[in-house]
Ligand binder design. Structure first.
Ligand code: TXA
Ligand code: MG
Length: 349
């Protein structure tokens, strides 16, 4: 299959035409990768079961891992899910934006999209290209992240092209993603909420907006034993993983820096994900280091993480070392992705 790549130019007429042709592909049952504010998605018509199955095939995705359905406006959820007041409180505060809400599904969403579950994940993205695509297609768009299953999610069109060229009909290149980590996933369970995947919208923000408690699932908290208790089927699979083994290093700043230096010295194929202030000290190992930015800039680290892991693979790293991030507050999403990328490999100095 030939994969068309269209780069958004800023010329409204040309861009609109390209998005319209992408929407035609969606309507006729094909696959289009598109940018969102979190990561790139791989989209298909959510009402078309055969199109949904093509997504699983292109990604090599296990058949029991359901897809998120993307809608233009919060009230469009009425077509696909049984909403309630909690949903609308969350929608008012966080939609459009990086939040996915799971509710009981209605019949017009095929089982192929939800992997047989009786619930559906609903997300209303903020990225304007994603929104234009959903609007032109005139149907909700089922879309997981546009990576091969098990690889880090793509935060640029190049990442998508690396994984999906020849497997999908089109890639819309809308530049880098604003957040770089996938959306927060929360499930409405009667009168309570369960956080299944942490993201930029935190549990505290959700609890405050909805006026109810949020239970943090052990998978979301990054606990390894959670792999056997999959509330969210996707959380049990190997995820976000580069080819090289990633280890997370905890300890005093100076000890961690010394550890990095030693590893760089003894293994010239290892790659270290460090911070800007360390990059200066480690300058003589420049080809082996990738900085995630300033030490305190958690949003910046989140934005760069997946592309850094892919870059380490491109540099043919055989081992990757990185800081163990905090699991508190707005660092939980970063912690969750890193701990899973490392298959829970932590070295405490
Ligand atoms: O930011 C995002 O959410 C991106 C962009 C493209 O929107 N999408 C994304 O999709 O990350 P995906 O498929 O890579 O992750 C969706 C997660 C999976 O862990 C899946 O198991 C879970 O959401 N999920 C989807 N539907 C579910 C459901 N009905 N019940 C429980 N978990 C569900
Ligand atoms: Mg994914």
């Amino acid at each position: 299959m030939r994969t068309i790549i269209y780069k958004i130019t800023g010329n409204d007429t040309a861009d609109f035409k390209a998005v319209e042709s992408a929407a035609e592909i969606i309507k006729s049952g094909g696959l289009v990768a598109f940018p969102t504010e979190t990561v790139y998605g791989l989209g298909a018509n959510a009402y078309n079961p055969e199109a949904a199955l093509k997504i699983f095939k292109a990604k090599g995705r296990p058949a029991d891992n359901p897809l998120i359905v993307h809608i233009l406006n919060p009230q469009d959820a009425e077509n696909i899910a049984y909403t309630n007041e909690i949903y609308y409180r969350l929608a008012e505060k966080f939609m459009p934006g990086p939040l996915t809400v799971i509710m009981k599904k209605k019949l017009n969403i095929p089982d192929e999209v939800t992997a047989g579950l009786d619930s559906v994940a609903v997300r209303c993205p903020k990225n304007h290209v994603a929104r234009k695509l959903i609007e032109c297609a005139g149907v909700p768009i089922a879309a997981p992240s546009a990576n091969k299953s098990g690889k880090p999610s793509p935060t640029s069109a190049e990442h998508v092209a690396d994984d999906m060229t020849g497997r999908i009909n089109m890639i819309i290149d809308g530049g880098g993603c604003e957040f770089g980590l996938e959306s927060t996933v929360v499930k409405i369970d009667g009168e309570k909420l369960i956080l299944l995947r942490p993201g930029t919208v935190t549990a505290e923000m959700i609890s405050r907006a909805a006026g109810v408690d949020v239970v943090i699932s052990s998978a979301a908290a990054g606990k390894s034993e959670a792999v056997d208790a999959p509330l969210s089927p996707g959380m049990k699979y190997k995820h976000y993983a580069p080819s090289a083994k990633l280890s997370l290093i905890g300890g005093d700043d100076s000890d961690v820096l010394r550890f990095f230096e030693l590893k760089l010295k003894i293994n010239e194929r290892c790659v270290v994900l460090c911070y800007d202030d360390e990059a200066e000290t480690l300058e003589k190992f420049a080809p082996q280091i990738i900085s995630l930015g300033e030490r305190s800039d958690i949003a910046g680290h989140s934005k760069k993480l997946f592309s850094a892991l892919r870059e380490a693979d491109k540099r043919a790293a055989d081992e990757i070392f990185a800081h163990l991030p905090s699991s508190e507050g707005d660092s939980l999403a970063l912690y969750n992705r890193m701990i899973r990328s490392s298959a829970y490999t932590v070295i405490d100095l």
